[in-house]
Design a protein around this ligand. Structure first.
Ligand code: SF4
Length: 155
């Protein structure tokens, strides 16, 4: 038997439509965009070579999988803590933070870690790992939660 139901953990608008705006607001709060130092790549003569911030493939590999997140909310709906409401910022927001914390080009790492080092941030994650089972983009969300909690603690 197949059961169809709106995504759990979110207010239902009607039928199968859930309101995911609360999740998107949490993601936005963590500034999910690159904050680089403004220093562009230059030639040996000091001229601007390309208008982009360069990094090595190994540096890209640290966060590339996390860029696949489409903010679908499935991990949030799977999380028993997030389902409780405002108690937890949620795994999708922490994935968004982690994506930039692991980006070598980003210069706001400490501020990003501070922003999730809160009672409703990483402290609320109970490592249930239910979030890992459902991600349609192949992200091991529970493992990423574990990693970002460790980064916050080792600061
Ligand atoms: S289930 Fe995967 S793709 Fe969907 S919001 Fe969570 S991490 Fe992103």
């Amino acid at each position: 038997m197949i059961e169809l139901a709106p995504l759990p953990g979110f207010p239902v608008q009607r039928d199968l439509i859930a309101d995911i705006d609360p999740m998107l607001d949490q993601i936005r709060k963590l500034k999910p965009y690159l904050q680089a130092d403004g220093v562009l790549a230059t030639t040996s003569e000091g001229k601007v070579d390309v208008f982009e911030y360069l990094q090595h493939p190994q540096q890209l590999a640290k966060y590339e999988t996390l860029t696949n997140c489409i903010a679908c909310g499935v991990c949030e709906g799977s999380c028993p803590v997030f389902a409780g409401g405002d108690a937890f910022i949620g795994p999708a927001a922490l994935i968004a933070a982690s994506r930039f914390v692991n980006d070598s080009r980003d210069t706001a790492t400490m501020a990003r870690l501070d922003a999730i080092d809160t009672a409703d941030g990483v402290a609320a994650c109970q490592s249930v790992r239910a979030c890992s089972r459902q991600c349609p983009r192949g992200i091991d969300v529970g493992e990423e939660m574990w990693q970002i909690v460790a980064r916050v603690k080792e600061r």
